[in-house]
Design a binder for this molecule. Structure first.
Ligand code: AP5
Length: 217
């Protein structure tokens, strides 16, 4: 199965992708996570991406398309779930072209729809584990011990781009450049709109309902 998860910053893409991976055995490919790993490793790609990410702008398409094509080429038979990519119509069309070269296509697109008033609260309350990537929230998805990762006890950190100013820019960027991707897919694929305002377990139930139907089809 080849799935794309779309949604505004903080809609819960990363949270739901981790659950999809646990349920269906797909590979989770998050463009944001890959970029953050490149930055931590101090690579040229990471250095090029830094200023865009810190301001809430998109990293240029040519950098992202090449990076994600490399990641997708290593995907096992079971398939993948894409998180944060594609984020422009150009990225979506380049992805379709590159999959078509090996006779593949996107099977379904899940569009996580969230009210904007919830976004800031989710982003400023997010804490993540720098070791294993687990994501928590100080109110909604608390770790068992405050400030510590349940998986490995590492101290949780806040993402630098989760400040209110950068979140506002990320939302603006989302409306201008990523919302048109939903229409691109509506013209070419099956798009499932999911109410992402609900709590994380309820959102997962809706996601699994749609993916189960797809697996059985
Ligand atoms: P990226 O890391 O992809 O950020 P994003 O899309 O803005 O999404 P987030 O990771 O912030 O949110 P999410 O939807 O995954 O929410 P999460 O599950 O964590 O990208 C970062 C930057 O990299 C971009 O700004 C750009 O510069 C660059 N970039 C990346 N991809 C690119 C591309 N393709 N092209 C160009 N540039 C690119 O949840 C958020 C919080 O809410 C958590 O605390 C979580 O615990 C909580 N939560 C989740 N679900 C729920 C729920 N249902 N109820 C209550 N709380 C919840």
């Amino acid at each position: 199965m080849r799935i794309v998860l779309l949604g505004a910053p903080g809609a819960g893409k990363g949270t739901q992708c981790k659950r999809i991976v646990a349920e269906y055995g797909l590979l989770h490919l998050s463009s944001g996570d890959i970029l953050r790993q490149e930055r931590t490793a101090g690579t040229e790609l990471g250095r090029k991406a830094q200023s865009y990410m810190d301001s809430g702008a998109l990293v240029p398409d040519e950098i992202i398309v090449e990076m994600m094509a490399g990641a997708i080429s290593k995907v096992p038979e079971a398939g993948f779930v894409l998180d944060g990519f594609p984020r422009t119509v150009n990225q979506a069309s380049e992805l379709d072209k590159s999959l078509a070269c090996s006779g593949q296509k996107i099977d379904a697109v899940l569009n996580l729809k969230i009210d904007e008033r919830l976004v800031l609260e989710r982003m400023t309350g997010r804490r993540s584990c720098p070791q294993c990537g687990a994501v928590y929230h100080i109110e909604n998805l608390k770790p068992k011990v405050e400030g510590m990762c349940d998986n490995d006890g590492t101290e949780l950190v806040q993402r630098p781009d989760d400040s209110p100013e950068v979140v506002a820019n990320r939302l603006k960027t989302y409306h201008e450049q990523t919302e048109p991707v939903v229409d691109y897919y509506k013209n070419n694929n099956t798009v499932y709109d999911i109410d992402a305002n609900k709590d994380a377990d309820e959102v997962s139930a809706l996601v699994f309902e749609n993916l189960d139907a797809l697996v059985k089809a």
